[in-house]
Design a protein around this ligand. Structure first.
Ligand code: ATP
Length: 344
């Protein structure tokens, strides 16, 4: 039986995870969940960020982790968020950041004259290397002669596994195109490695059309012609930026879901938005990103038909204007979930 570790976290994370669990339990009453008291409150209470035994349990005892959001103005360094989220990504080796960008209601797309079918692509962002490893250093810190270096790590194994994952997912899910994005014209060492590995892996997938765009061109093309994209694979930094562009195209951060994956080993699912301290505790956060994230979790657990049902129910509510305030509606967090449960 599937067991899910739940970390509501901070701010609106608590509110949206409560809603996510209502829907999860309604759709899959057999799935067990266990709560973990981790986040800013815990850190402020006893200094704990991410205990080693909890990390070990996440990797061995649970099918997946469901995370709300981390971030609290009372912890300016956000050390707890780094230890919990980045710690899980690195220690559980969650090398895929999986970000579907699908427009469920054309009204919420910021581009003019777009149909829902125009925006339906998935980004595979490398999640364990690149510019986010913290490798680097500072020299003569705080002086006029200061030097700061941030090094980008690209390993053959790391690049190959994310590119391979993108092609394998494309084939398994009936997608026809994979576009790799880098900046090999300016970053001649690391991104040359991406180019060479991409060509090698693409050759193993003759049924999938492989293409390449420099990331600046990709940003432009995503706005001009989002319908051209099926699957995008890119590095950690570029993926971070491009997936926020994707979130905007699909209607905003309140609708964006994500998974951090190491297929067959571990997975952590989370809505893309943060803890939103400005609206936390008011009961007005949009729960839809979390509900769509629960859908991804169900698909990961081998129940793709439940993801489809849930996505349709959210879409029904969007189309009926049964949405929270930031999307122009009047519903509170709990009422928006009620609407989805009714549509289900
Ligand atoms: P963090 O530091 O945890 O990332 P943040 O406030 O800097 O938090 P987000 O929480 O991602 O960043 O979002 C920015 C703003 O978008 C929030 O301040 C909030 O107003 C709005 N927002 C984010 N998520 C939601 C949501 N689920 N429902 C409604 N509004 C949201």
């Amino acid at each position: 039986m599937a067991r899910i570790a739940v970390v509501p976290g901070d701010g609106i994370g608590n509110e949206v995870i409560t809603e996510g669990l209502r829907v999860l339990h309604a759709l899959a009453p057999d799935i067990e969940t266990e709560h973990f008291d981790l986040g800013a409150e815990r850190y402020l209470r006893d200094g704990t960020t991410m205990p080693a035994d909890v990390m070990r349990r996440f990797g061995s005892e649970f099918s997946a982790v469901l995370l709300g959001a981390l971030g609290d103005p009372r912890v300016p360094s956000n050390v707890h968020a780094k230890d919990i989220l980045l710690g899980s990504r690195f220690e559980l080796d969650l090398f895929i950041n999986f970000r579907p960008c699908k427009l469920l209601d054309a009204r919420y797309c910021p581009l003019k004259d777009r149909a829902e079918s125009d925006i339906d692509f998935v980004v595979f962002r490398e999640n364990t290397e690149g510019l986010y490893t913290g490798v680097g250093g500072q020299f003569k810190r705080g002086t006029a002669d200061e030097v700061a270096m941030e090094q980008e790590i690209n390993t053959r194994k790391g690049v190959e596994r994310i590119i391979r994952a993108a092609f394998a997912w494309a084939r398994a899910n009936g997608r026809r195109k994979v576009c790799m994005s880098d900046k090999a014209n300016a970053m001649r060492h690391g991104h040359d490695l991406w180019q060479r590995v991409f060509r090698l892996v693409a050759a193993e997938y003759p049924d999938i059309a492989a293409s390449h765009l420099y990331v600046d061109v990709l940003a432009m093309r995503l706005v001009q012609a989002p319908q051209d994209f099926d699957v995008i694979v890119t590095n950690n930094l570029f993926g971070d930026i491009i997936t926020d562009l994707g979130a905007a195209l699909q209607g905003g951060i309140g609708l964006a879901a994500s998974g951090n994956l190491n297929p067959g080993k571990a997975a952590l699912f989370e809505p893309v938005h943060g803890s939103a301290p400005d609206i936390a505790g008011q009961g007005i956060a949009n729960p839809f990103a979390t509900l769509l994230t629960v859908g991804m979790l169900l698909a990961y657990l081998g129940r793709p038909e439940q993801e489809v049902r849930l996505q349709r129910a959210v879409q029904t509510c969007l189309k009926a204007g049964r949405v929270t305030r930031e999307l122009g509606g009047t519903l509170r967090t709990t009422e928006a979930t009620d609407a989805v449960l009714a549509a289900l």
